[in-house]
Write a protein that binds this ligand. Structure first.
Ligand SMILES: Cc1cc2nc3c(=O)[nH]c(=O)nc-3n(C[C@H](O)[C@H](O)[C@H](O)COP(=O)(O)O)c2cc1C
Length: 530
């Protein structure tokens, strides 16, 4: 029995997340928590029953079918982070902790991605969960297709598909390859897609069957049979859809509290239209880094949660210690939008860290020059000299020489266009800076510290606020499993507290406290019986 005359006792009962309690009226007012007989409402304390505090274990948060289908213990994923920031080490640590890690393949050469497939298939085995990013590359459709070829050839069975504005042949090809009926006649698509979206138009495509025009093309090229194309009409493009709210990197800055319900409602509407065997599950990403945000995502009906920013700050990520230290300092006002290297000319922005780096400001300045002038030569000489000295540390023509060489190898069409169009040449030169800035950050190049481009969302600041004054304040202590287990454990504690409050049981402000714990402490409280 846990009498609740003291807040500590209430805290303790809430923290024993595997143990259900009955709330019974105390002899002298107030209430007590009595360990409940899970088979019945037996108020052994003798008092009137005021409420029921069910068990809520971290591994029961989210959707059971998500955990089962992907072979996970927890409905929790580490989203892809480009250039291997979402590293093999993160994917391995997540898998070993019963969670899903997505390797950040974007921006990496194919041979590096293939090397990582080798590594993960060796270290984790084929059955252990892992996924790879399949990122839409509008500027390089051949690359997107080559990535799909690689994944199909190497048996990568799960991708996080992102940055899509519309479906493409490669992503459809990935989804329908190998589609068949099982012994009971049910259609099975062996390749699973978790689509990450922030817009209704794009979500609609992933919540619908693969478009017929692509299926016809795949039949015509012999990729699939007409029978397989017919089967594909009965499955959605994605089995899971992550609603990505305001996040690090590319983002539409949507509030999670608006976006998640929008996607849930859309899912329900399209499910009644198409009647899939199983409705597409909707997960939540963007802003999740604390027990409060995770608990609210699950309460809204998210089947799973995806984190990004907070994992970049962990020791396993592919960034540098210098960046990890900067991330550990980030506060609410330290985040800004800055021009994106990949879609600079279109004015697309990414969310980055502002504190300790001048990248956001310098990127904005380059966009201003790009909009104001038609060529590098039109930039006033004084301005150009200062760009060369401060940003590029070299004459712009030297930078163009390097950029030209790079594109001649990868995409010579860009050089032809730049030779015809000086504004395009200016864009490519400016994109040199924007692109290099994230490599300088990942490498921790001390000569370029003020130019670091660090993709980061407000989730980072929320996390820092939560862990201030605890062992997780130190960047060296931040490991993806410790962070994840703390978020989930305390989300479970919080969920229990709100369950009691919703039954009219008074919960004092500040209870529960949700202080981060070492893994052993979580383990103990999760299994502990009173
Ligand atoms: C450093 C960094 C790099 C990212 N790179 C990618 C990427 O290459 N592909 C992708 O789909 N999402 C990328 N994201 C988004 C994350 O996978 C995730 O969806 C997002 O970070 C979740 O929001 P949060 O930052 O608020 O946690 C990146 C995020 C960060 C912080």
């Amino acid at each position: 029995m846990v009498a609740t005359t003291g807040e500590d006792r209430l805290e303790r009962a809430l923290g024993q997340v595997g143990t259900p309690f009955l709330v019974v009226a105390g002899p002298e007012g107030g209430f007590e928590l009595v360990e409940a007989d899970p088979d019945g409402f037996d108020a052994r304390g003798g008092g009137r029953v005021l409420g029921y505090l069910p068990a809520c274990r971290p591994d029961s948060l989210g959707d059971a079918s998500f955990r089962e289908e992907h072979g996970l213990r927890y409905a929790y994923a580490s989203g892809a982070m480009a250039n291997g920031i979402g590293s093999a080490e993160i994917v391995e640590a997540m898998a070993r902790a019963g969670m899903l890690g997505i390797f950040g393949a974007a921006g990496l050469p194919l041979r590096v991605v293939e090397g990582t497939i080798d590594r993960l298939q060796r270290s984790l085995g084929r059955e252990t969960p892992y996924g790879f990013n399949l990122i839409h590359s509008p500027n390089d459709p051949a690359l997107e297709s080559a990535v799909v070829d690689l994944y199909l050839r190497r048996g990568v069975r799960l991708v996080e598909a992102s940055a899509y504005l519309d479906l493409t042949l490669p992503v459809v090809r990935y989804r329908v390859r190998g589609i068949h009926r099982d012994g009971s006649g049910r259609v099975v698509a062996p390749n699973r897609i978790i689509a990450k979206v922030s817009r209704v138009e794009v979500a609609t495509k992933f919540l619908s069957p693969p478009p017929e025009r692509f299926l016809r093309e795949l039949v015509a090229t012999g990729e699939i049979t007409a029978e397989q194309a017919a089967m594909a009409g009965s499955i959605p493009m994605a089995g899971d859809l992550t609603a990505e709210a305001d996040s690090g990197g590319h983002t539409d800055n949507q509030p999670a509290i608006v976006l998640t319900p929008t996607m849930l409602a859309l899912r329900d509407r399209l499910q009644s239209q198409f009647g899939f065997d199983r409705p597409v599950r909707v997960g939540a990403a963007g802003g999740i880094s604390t027990p409060w945000s995770a608990a609210s995502a699950f309460a809204m009906g998210a089947s799973y949660v995806v984190v990004g920013s907070v994992n970049q700050a962990c020791v396993e990520s592919g960034t540098s210690d210098a960046v990890r230290r900067m991330l550990a300092q980030a506060q609410q006002a330290d985040i800004a939008m800055a021009p994106a290297a990949d879609m600079f000319e279109m004015g697309v922005k990414v969310q980055v860290l502002k504190r300790g780096t001048m990248f956001a400001m310098r990127g904005a300045k380059l966009l201003e020059y790009y909009r104001a002038y038609d060529s590098i030569d039109a930039i006033p000489p004084g301005d150009r000299a200062s760009l060369e000295k401060m940003y590029f540390k070299a004459p712009l023509e030297t930078i163009w020489g390097q950029t030209r060489g790079y594109f001649l190898e990868r995409d010579p069409g860009q050089v032809e266009r730049a030779d015809r169009d000086p504004k395009h040449k200016m864009a490519l030169v400016f994109r040199w800076y924007l692109g290099k800035a994230s490599h300088w950050a990942n490498a921790g190049d001390p000569a370029r510290a003020v130019d670091y481009q660090v993709w980061c969302g407000p989730a980072m600041a929320a996390f820092n606020e939560w862990v201030r004054g605890t062992f997780l304040e130190s960047p060296e202590q931040r490991r993806v499993e410790t962070v994840a287990r703390n978020i989930l454990y305390h989300a479970a504690v919080l969920t229990r507290a709100r369950t009691l409050a919703s039954q009219g049981v008074p919960i004092p402000p500040g209870v529960p406290r949700l202080s981060p714990l070492p893994l052993a402490g979580i383990e103990e409280r999760t299994v502990l019986l009173v």
